[in-house]
Ligand binder design. Structure first.
Ligand SMILES: NC(=O)c1ccc[n+]([C@@H]2O[C@H](COP(=O)([O-])OP(=O)(O)OC[C@H]3O[C@@H](n4cnc5c(N)ncnc54)[C@H](O)[C@@H]3O)[C@@H](O)[C@H]2O)c1
Length: 216
């Protein structure tokens, strides 16, 4: 369970609900049903109703959910009311792509700093920021009030950078480097690994092929 008693699997689905609700807001839709919102979010309606029940009592029978207020409620539940300031460490191919992603601001995030260790990269500009030296990590975290660090360094450097990130007081790390990080219990690490996701898809592809061969 997470801090306010919301199961972590529910928390993991809230961003999809919020994205669907914001799409509805953008289309000028004022109310939605659990069936419509579930379909837009890629879950079943029963799952959606159960997830929302952890947040409180929403929706009016026969009318549905008020899109604006449900979006606001999920925004608050996710702690997205205050802007989260991000530093990206490792401004290579992936770091550049992450820095240039244009969807942060509308989701409550702001890329405040970029850091790298290479003299070829430090001092260059990306996404409107000058890349700073990773030696200044602690100073940059304090100056920019960074609350989340995105790690996009080679795997061999990820742990030592993570240690310094934690020592600098950051408690949330999004790790793209392909290695497990050792961090204190009060630090949250989310790992993103496109390779693992592809391997899972490959497994499903193989399972489907085997099932089809058995059916023949
Ligand atoms: N999670 C995923 O799905 C996924 C996808 C692609 C790449 N990756 C991983 O992301 C990382 C970056 O990949 P890339 O293709 O951008 O590599 P890259 O070599 O292009 O970039 C790495 C950058 O990190 C910098 N760096 C090295 N040591 C550093 C340190 N101690 N502190 C700060 N910066 C440092 C380098 O100077 C370089 O600019 C790798 O670990 C790679 O395996 C993960």
């Amino acid at each position: 369970m997470t801090a306010p008693g919301i199961p972590s699997a529910t928390v993991a689905r809230l961003p999809s609900y919020l994205r669907a609700l914001r799409d509805l807001v953008a289309r000028g839709v004022a109310t939605t049903s659990s069936v419509e919102l579930a379909e837009l979010s890629g879950v079943g309606p029963a799952q959606l109703r159960k997830d929302l029940s952890f947040l409180g009592s929403f929706g009016t029978r026969g009318v549905g959910y008020d899109v604006d207020s449900l979006a606001q409620y999920i925004t608050e539940a996710l702690g997205l009311v205050d802007e989260h300031r991000i530093a990206i460490v490792g401004i290579g191919n992936l770091g550049h792509a992450l820095a240039n992603y244009s969807g942060y601001e509308q989701r409550g995030f702001h890329v405040a700093a970029l850091l790298d260790a290479s003299p070829d990269v430090v001092g260059t500009r990306a996404a409107g920021l000058v890349v700073e030296h990773v030696d200044a990590l602690e100073e940059v975290v304090a100056r920019e009030k960074v609350s989340i660090v995105v790690l996009a360094t080679p795997a061999a450097h990820a742990q030592s950078v993570a240690d310094r990130v934690v020592a600098a007081g950051v408690r949330e790390i999004l790790n793209f480097a392909p290695r497990a990080l050792q961090v204190p219990a009060d630090v949250d690490v989310r790992g993103v690994d496109v390779g693992s996701e592809l391997q899972i898809l490959a497994f499903h592809s193989q399972a489907r092929a085997l099932a089809e061969a058995q059916d023949r």
